[in-house]
Write a protein that binds this ligand. Structure first.
Ligand code: AMP
Length: 500
């Protein structure tokens, strides 16, 4: 079975019912099938050939979805780009994926052979009729970039087989009650986690409603208007929603508020349940095993379980192993591994990284550290490496350190994430300078080099950084010292208040 088969069948079965809604624009199931067929033909008519990579940079909206599934039908490989990234970051991805074409509203950030900006025009000029390029189930369907844990962005190769398995995981465990009157509200970018909810809803005849840009008010308005039953948020969005007066006495129909992609503060989660009811569903996954390693169901959100990431999905294997590869039991701490048809095939053009991450028998090293509790729930303790997740986006400390080190006064830099209720983690830097420089000036310097979510929220000037015997900077030590200094400061405040 191909992805296009699912779209074609939904078109026949659900015809004129709304499949996609974005503001005033509504696309029916039959229209969605036709639009993706036409655009698929148009892409092939430009000289693209099955297997070619196509970079896509579009705002969150219907056109993006049409492009994604036109690529699926025409045998092309989707490379989604994120508008929040700098031209330099985007150019890297275009270059690394060897994209032959760029689809977007403006000029491509790097030279590409074919530039396509007029999606409506292409569709209007293209022939109708099925666009049905059959692809090997194990051939690339899309590339998803992850910085991994080494700081160098790598693309994860996802195939038709992995995409269909992901739909399966969702329908079996997360959304077993989807019906034609279910409604998915995409409040987060479709290029990221939210996109995984599109096909499961489509195949069950349910509408996908898109909010172009998340704000608590826009979310509440759309959720009420369309009677949304499902949504997906990263923890930062939940924290923002709960703070916002727009939530007030909103009349919502949510059955599942799925969240994940980063650790969530227990206080935020408990407040969410108090306000919105038992709708929270946690997903733990990663680019290499999209959104499906474990999940915590609404009825499992009991006070003692709020720190857990849940239990394995039905058709996903999970194991915790020691450094020497032994399967660990209850309360033993080790690395989380997972196996299942939804996991990545490989890293794109990175055979060594693939060999390090994926065992020949299919087990995937997640790089996350965790333990099982006595009831079979997974608890994630930390990441093996130091990726910072701020506002749901991954920040790779080394990349931020490189930007800091480009400043003429900076000689050493260490970047860590400190806990933050709103952002999950705040990017915080310690630097050693060779000449006088203000922290604010160093922060401003980074603005030209890094996307907003990667810029340090604060920069501290230290006289020296802790290093290992071989001279590598010890980020964890830096983080511990920062946390200790903050705890001491908080303690001093309490003492002063008690003295007064
Ligand atoms: P990414 O590949 O960008 O999706 O990032 C995946 C990483 O985010 C995982 O390896 C975890 O470290 C973290 N993560 C994802 N979901 C959760 C969750 N539910 N709880 C805690 N950490 C999570």
């Amino acid at each position: 079975m191909q992805i296009g088969d699912l779209i074609r069948r939904a078109g026949r079965q659900y015809g004129a019912a709304p499949a996609l809604v974005d503001g005033e624009r509504v696309v029916s199931f039959a229209e969605f099938d036709e639009l993706t067929d036409r655009l698929g033909h148009a892409l092939l008519a430009r000289g693209l050939e099955p297997g070619d990579r196509v970079a896509v940079l579009l705002p969150n909206g219907i056109d993006g979805v049409v492009v994604y599934y036109a690529l699926a039908k025409s045998g092309l490989v989707r490379v989604p780009l994120n508008a929040r990234e700098t031209p330099h970051e985007l150019a890297f991805k275009i270059d690394d994926s060897q994209a032959r074409a760029f689809v977007g509203t403006g000029q491509p950030p790097a030279p590409v052979e074919i530039v396509l900006t007029d999606i409506a025009g292409m569709i209007a000029d293209a022939p109708a009729g099925p666009c049905d390029v059959r692809r090997d189930p194990d051939a690339p369907l899309r590339l998803a970039y992850t910085g991994g844990t080494t700081g160098t962005p790598k693309a994860v190769v996802l195939t038709t087989r992995s995409e269909l398995a992901e739909v399966d995981n969702f329908l079996v465990d997360l959304l077993p009650n989807l019906r034609p009157d279910s409604v998915m509200l995409h409040a987060a970018p479709i290029t990221h986690g939210s996109g995984a909810f599109f096909l499961p809803h489509l195949v069950k005849g349910a509408a996908n409603v898109i909010v172009p840009k998340f704000s608590p008010a826009a979310f509440v308005e759309a959720a009420q208007k369309h009677r949304a039953t499902t949504t997906f948020m990263v923890p930062t969005m939940i924290a923002m929603l709960l703070e916002d007066p727009a939530l007030g006495d909103a009349d919502l129909a949510l059955e599942r508020l799925c969240y994940g992609g980063a650790p969530i503060a227990t206080t935020v989660l408990q407040r969410g349940i108090d306000v919105l009811g038992p709708v929270f569903t946690q997903l733990y996954g990663q680019a290499e095993a999209p959104l499906a390693i474990t999940c915590l169901q609404p009825w499992e959100h009991t006070p003692s379980r709020l720190t857990s990431a849940g239990k394995p999905y039905t058709f996903v294997e999970v194991d915790i192993r020691s450094a020497d590869g032994r399967s660990l039991g209850v309360d033993e701490v080790g690395e989380v591994l997972t196996r299942g048809p939804h996991t990545m095939d490989r890293y794109w053009r990175r055979p060594e990284a693939t060999a390090e991450t994926k065992e020949p028998d299919g087990w995937l090293h997640t790089g996350d550290i965790g333990r099982w509790d006595a009831d079979g729930y997974l608890h994630l303790l930390d990441r093996r490496h130091d990726v910072i997740i701020s506002g749901g986006f991954n920040v790779y400390p080394r990349e931020v350190e490189d930007a800091l080190l480009a400043h003429p006064a900076v000689v050493e830099a260490a970047v860590v994430g400190l806990p933050d209720e709103k952002w999950g983690e705040r990017v915080t830097a310690a630097v050693v300078t060779r000449s006088a420089a203000e922290p604010e000036e160093i922060r401003a310097f980074c603005a030209d080099r890094l996307a907003g979510f990667k810029r340090p929220k604060s920069v501290e000037i230290w006289s020296g950084l802790p290093t290992s015997p071989v001279g590598k900077s010890l980020r964890r030590e830096v983080r511990d010292q920062m946390l200790a200094a903050r705890a001491a400061l908080a303690g001093a405040r309490v003492n002063t208040e008690e003295d007064a």
